[in-house]
Design a protein around this ligand. Structure first.
Ligand code: HEC
Ligand code: HEC
Ligand code: HEC
Ligand code: HEC
Length: 480
């Protein structure tokens, strides 16, 4: 595989922007050479360079609509040094910076028996998400060292390409044939969510999980919303051609399905071995700020005791489950699947109660988690079944900012979801041509101040937050 060596040299010795040049050089025969070595086992990676020829995905200017099937400048967007769109190409490099070194030092100093690797760039529990992940069974293809430096490459999301490269090579080839050979159906929001969540939440099987131990050592918290994050890293156009080939799914629908998938993933992992750290629950799954807040013996304490949240039926002083996706799903269900909304609410409420029940047998919690998962699954299916129209999008924004829902924003994570949701839903109206870009410009300031209210977790204040979210919602309502 000459191609893979070339790219390694390219990354080590030259600026990343030269990557495209290397890709051009090898792609002419690189893809062919890889294909000739068939049969390569399923799950074998061929590397970014194989995708990035100038006649493939390595153009420096995009095709315009009607000219080609896809933009073809995907490589350039993926490696954009300045924006979120290029974050995946930088994912490995961050493992070599000071921040990662400090994380590793702290992990070793408190738990040296478990953290023997000196460098994050050599630690499977970091590489699992910060580089192209490999075969979960740890075969020869497992995170091949050659492709590590590429960070999160094309195949991390689109699937290991050894088996589908040749059939994919034919322009306007048979998409289904590629899918059968392992190309992932990323146009399906549930499939896409599952791929992103492996790294943007966690996965049971692979070394893809940020434990509370890693967070306590300095790993940033992880926040994810499918539609917003898709847009931030998008290197494709959902034009007429795309719609014909793949059927475009509206942004509001992507958002709602993403919420259901996120809750399902969270509960699945919580019920797996990931859910425990020794005799404790793994704190990653809980509301961070239920533990991380000031404490006082003062009879008139100046601490935020009023954060108690009546919709989480759990005794005071017990850390509740992080309910960011439950809140969003409750709001979406009211509008899109009202017949299921009450059952979902009841299942969420029982789950919280089971987490804190002193009759506290694990069985009750497990049963409640399974039931809640089932409700989330049913909601996801309902969201996938019908497009979400203009009136429903406005109604969902109303629901997210209604009193019944805002009283549940006592937690930072849920509040961040609420702002991302408001932004996403508003953008979905622009994308579908329901409201003009200009109209949105006028209220951008209100949205930004809601973002501002969740910028810094330590000064997060539920009252302030609700007020600025309310102002954003009022501005949006005027566009109705
Ligand atoms: C479950 C996947 C996952 C694992 C495992 C993981 N990370 Fe991360 N890491 C992420 C994601 C996702 C982000 C980006 C968070 C965001 O901005 O939303 C990130 C961000 C970071 C950042 C900040 C990068 C920046 O641009 O600011 C550093 C540093 C980092 N990780 C280091 C590590 C180290 C060191 C390890 C191993 C001890 C590790 N990560 C393990 C997923 C993971
Ligand atoms: C973080 C995940 C991720 C990475 C990494 C990634 N993609 Fe994508 N890509 C997506 C998603 C999501 C879509 C949009 C959904 C779809 O496939 O229709 C997409 C769409 C595309 C499309 C348009 C498909 C169409 O039918 O119009 C092309 C082409 C593409 N990606 C190529 C690449 C190449 C080349 C790379 C590497 C340089 C890459 N992607 C890296 C997630 C990713
Ligand atoms: C193999 C792991 C992996 C997969 C799969 C993955 N990501 Fe990421 N993603 C990361 C890591 C790690 C970072 C942080 C990189 C950094 O900050 O340098 C990141 C960063 C991002 C960012 C930039 C966030 C910011 O704060 O700037 C976006 C947007 C993003 N990912 C979207 C997606 C989407 C959408 C998908 C699914 C289509 C996806 N990612 C799949 C690992 C992954
Ligand atoms: C059940 C209680 C609990 C929950 C929930 C919890 N933590 Fe912690 N956290 C702790 C304890 C205990 C420590 C160790 C404090 C020490 O060593 O001084 C800690 C330490 C930390 C630290 C390092 C010390 C510091 O204050 O800077 C960070 C960062 C951190 N946690 C982040 C998080 C994040 C992010 C979440 C949510 C995903 C979270 N924690 C959820 C109890 C909790």
């Amino acid at each position: 595989m000459g191609g893979s060596r070339n790219i390694a040299v390219g990354l080590a010795g030259t600026a990343l922007s030269l990557l495209a040049g290397f890709a051009l050089f090898i792609a002419a025969d690189g893809a062919g050479a890889v294909a000739q070595q068939q049969p390569l086992a399923e799950g074998t990676f061929v590397g970014v360079a194989t995708c990035g020829g100038t006649t493939c995905h390595g153009r420096s200017v995009p095709n315009s609509e009607g000219e080609g099937v896809v933009r073809q400048d995907e490589l350039m967007i993926w490696q954009d040094p300045a924006s979120a769109a290029g974050a995946h190409s930088r994912a490995y490099a961050v493992l070599e910076d000071d921040r990662s070194e400090q994380i590793m030092q702290r992990l070793r100093s408190s738990n040296g028996a478990d953290w023997r690797n000196a460098a994050a760039s050599n630690e499977p529990r970091c590489l699992g998400c910060h580089s192209t992940a490999g075969d979960p069974d740890g075969g020869a293809a497992y995170r091949p060292a050659t492709f590590r430096a590429e960070g999160v490459g094309c195949e991390s999301c689109h699937g290991p390409a050894a088996r589908w490269l040749t059939s994919h090579y034919t322009v306007r080839g048979d998409h289904q044939a590629n899918l059968d050979r392992g190309l992932r159906r990323l146009e399906d929001p549930a499939v896409r969510a599952s791929v992103c969540l492996d790294c943007h939440f966690g996965n049971e099987a692979r070394e893809q999980f940020v434990t509370h131990e890693m967070m306590a050592a300095g790993h940033p918290r992880i926040s994810f919303e499918l539609d917003l994050f898709t847009t931030l890293q998008a290197h494709h156009n959902e034009d007429r051609d795309y719609d014909q080939r793949k059927r475009r799914v509206g942004n509001a629908q992507v958002w709602a399905i993403g919420q259901a998938e996120a809750l399902k993933r969270s509960l699945d992992l919580y019920l797996s071995d990931r859910g425990r750290q020794g005799i404790f629950p793994e704190f990653y799954f809980l509301d961070c700020h239920s533990c991380h807040r000031p404490i006082s013996d003062d009879p008139n304490p100046n601490v935020r005791r009023d954060l108690f949240n009546l919709t989480r039926r759990i005794p005071r002083g017990v850390p509740p489950y992080n309910d960011e996706n439950m809140i969003m799903l409750a709001a979406a269900a009211r509008v899109v699947a009202p017949q299921r909304a009450a059952r979902f609410e009841a299942a969420s409420s029982d789950f919280h109660a089971a987490m804190g029940s002193s009759a506290g047998n694990a069985q009750r919690m497990v049963a409640a988690a399974r039931r809640l998962r089932g409700e989330a699954d049913a909601l996801g299916a309902a969201f996938a079944g019908t497009p979400i129209g203009r009136a429903q999008v406005f109604a969902m924004i109303d629901a997210i900012t209604s009193r019944a829902i805002t009283e549940r924003y006592t937690d930072y994570a849920g509040s961040v979801q609420a702002v991302m949701a408001t932004d996403t839903l508003l953008s979905s109206l622009v994308a579908s041509g329901e409201i003009s870009q200009q109209a949105v410009m006028g209220i951008r300031g209100d949205i930004n101040s809601a973002y501002q209210a969740v910028r810094e977790p330590n000064v997060y204040d539920p009252g302030n937050f609700r007020a600025s979210l309310g102002r954003a919602a009022a501005a949006i309502r005027r566009l109705r």
